[in-house]
Design a protein around this ligand. Structure first.
Ligand SMILES: Nc1nc2c(ncn2[C@@H]2O[C@H](COP(=O)(O)OP(=O)(O)OP(=O)(O)O)[C@@H](O)[C@H]2O)c(=O)[nH]1
Length: 562
């Protein structure tokens, strides 16, 4: 019964080729894959959280900077409204009327300056009629200029009380009628004609014509570096002053780059690591949060094109540029974009970086421990399986001749008998015994006897067919089961075995040989129709006895049957 179980189990494992080592491999690979997937998922979640926090930092800075710039834009619009009010209802003051008559007396001079009350308002600085007439872009309309001059004095008052702010460089009103008002005293102390010429040729003035700014909205301009060489680079926000379909001039506020830098640094105020850079829409770098100019990161043309392309698709986003992550977001009240750059090493130094590194180290530790235990278990399983195979082999084989032992032979012989009976095939049994084997032991020693046994077993195994089963059933006794073999065929095979064994000289000791013979009894199921192996073996044994009786070294296959 136990044997049956063993056979069934063996055949199941053999059928499905399930090896313990393979199962161990599958288990470990599954654990490794799952742990890696889990770690990967954590990393992805962490990366998303990191990207969100970076976006958040940038958004906060953008909002703060935007608020400050919005304040300036609102102030500009406030000045324009002041101008509108003054144009709508000009002051009817005699002093003002005197000032206008002074203007009429000065208007032919190459340049002039009108002051109203120096403690209350700013001076109006102008050029001659001839200068204005030279340019088609300028126009001195006598019906408009009286009100405009009066309005300029009133706006001068507003400019004076609300400027200069700590950060704003200057506020200017430039009229198309050949004059300007500026909060910067250097503008009205030097050469007024040259200054006026400079002002009306600035992009922030030229860009406010009805053609260039049909919506008459607030626009931002960056001054080229050379043009502002004496005062440093500036960014200017300007708005046209149109009243009752007549374009009077342009109001503008200048911000120096250092002012923008100041605003940016105020807005950043320690919000995360990395560098913030403010660009206008033409990708001129206006300000950076880094104090040391040599540490400022400069994008090359290809990288800028990459960012510009990304900006076309979205108002904010993140992208990888070289070893840096770049978050960008457009500003609402400024025609430009704020970038935030942070390198991988900066990221690694932060909280998210340390968590990621800890996660990676944990994964490495887990994986190396997993691989270590896999190696140990694989080796143990390998040893166990080898031991199991060896025990299994020993349980079924004779260690000296390496043939089936008695138990294994019986097991297989009975299975073959059943199969032949079902298939109605002949089935024969051969019982063999070496002759005078005791003499070999006595004469040459036990080791020589073992050698003869091994030799005979080898000859038997090499003579029978693949489907036949041979085993050692006693000391010098063997049994062979021959399925699908008639008695006559079996007798012939027996004769062949006998002849081969007898023919061979066996080297038993150094330069000592011997020869051995074998007696064989053969039986077959076809004689009585009985397929019972034990009975057939007993008949073969009786015939073997006959062979011994008749003088040994022969095959008996016919008698005696009791
Ligand atoms: N060397 C060796 N001898 C064995 C082994 N098994 C049994 N023998 C010996 O085989 C001998 C068998 O002797 P017997 O049964 O008298 O038979 P025999 O000498 O072959 O004589 P017959 O069978 O009558 O021809 C005994 O001396 C056993 O000790 C073995 O594994 N190795």
């Amino acid at each position: 019964m136990q044997h049956d179980n063993v056979v069934r189990k063996e055949s199941f494992l053999a059928r499905h080729r399930i090896q313990p080592g393979r199962i161990v491999n599958i288990c470990f690979i599954s654990v490794l894959i799952f742990s890696t997937l889990l770690t990967w998922r954590e990393v992805v979640v962490l990366e998303d959280a990191y990207a969100a926090s970076q976006r958040n930092h940038l958004e906060n800075v953008v909002n703060s900077l935007d608020r400050q710039l919005e304040f300036s834009v609102e102030k500009l619009l406030f000045f324009r409204n002041g101008m509108y009010d003054a144009l709508e209802a000009p002051l009817a003051s005699t002093v003002l009327r005197d000032t206008v008559s002074r203007f009429n007396s000065l208007r032919d001079k190459p340049f002039w300056q009108l002051t109203f009350d120096e403690r209350r308002t700013l001076p109006v600085n102008g050029v001659s009629d001839a200068f204005v007439e030279q340019s088609t872009a300028l126009q001195r309309d006598d019906t408009q200029i009286v009100n405009e001059l009066s309005a300029a004095f009133e706006v001068g008052y507003l400019l004076r009380i609300s400027s200069p702010e700590r950060l704003v460089k200057k506020v200017t009103y430039v009229s198309r009628a050949g004059f300007y008002v500026s909060t910067d005293p250097t503008d009205w102390r030097d050469d007024i004609t040259a200054r006026y010429y400079q002002l009306v040729t600035r992009p922030w003035y030229v860009g406010q014509t009805e053609r260039d700014n049909p919506s008459r909205s607030v626009r931002w301009f960056t001054q080229p570096a050379q043009a502002e060489a004496e005062n440093g680079q500036t960014v200017t926000v300007s708005v046209p002053v149109d009243f009752k379909r007549y374009w009077y001039g342009v109001l503008a506020i200048d911000f120096s780059f250092s002012t923008l830098k100041h605003l940016l640094q105020d807005a950043v105020n320690g919000r995360g690591e990395g560098e913030y850079q403010l660009y206008d829409n033409r990708f001129n770098l206006l300000a950076t949060s880094v104090s040391d100019a040599s540490n400022v990161y400069r994008f090359d043309a290809r990288e800028m094109a990459q960012i510009a392309h990304a900006r076309e698709e979205n108002t904010h986003g993140v992208m990888r540029v070289g070893s840096r992550y770049v978050n960008w977001q457009n500003l609402d009240h400024f025609e430009g974009v704020l970038l935030r750059m942070h390198t991988l090493s900066e990221g690694a130094r932060g909280d998210f970086g340390s968590i990621s590194i800890a996660l990676a180290l944990l994964w490495l530790l887990f994986t190396s421990m997993l691989i270590g235990s896999w190696l140990v278990i694989r080796r143990t399983v390998g040893n166990m399986s080898t031991m199991q195979q060896s025990l299994q082999w020993q349980a079924w084989h004779d260690p000296l001749t390496r043939m089936n032992n008695r138990g294994a032979l019986f097991e297989r012989a009975q299975a073959l008998a059943l199969k032949c009976q079902q298939l109605k095939q002949p089935y024969s049994v051969m019982q063999l015994d070496l002759d005078y084997f005791k003499n070999v032991n006595d004469k040459f020693g036990h080791q020589a006897g073992d050698k003869v046994l091994t030799h005979a077993a080898g000859l038997i195994t090499s003579t029978i067919r693949e489907g036949d089963v041979a085993g050692r059933v006693g000391g010098e006794e063997f049994c062979i089961v021959l399925p699908d073999t008639s008695l006559e065929e079996a007798a012939q095979i027996a004769e062949r075995i006998r002849a081969r064994i007898y023919r061979r000289e066996i080297l038993v000791k150094k330069s000592r040989t011997t020869r051995i013979s074998v007696s064989i009894g053969v039986s077959s199921a076809q004689e009585s129709g009985n397929y019972d192996f034990e009975q057939l073996q007993s008949i073969a044994d009786a015939r073997l006895y006959q062979a011994k009786q008749r003088g040994r070294n022969q095959v008996v296959s016919q008698e005696p049957i009791k």
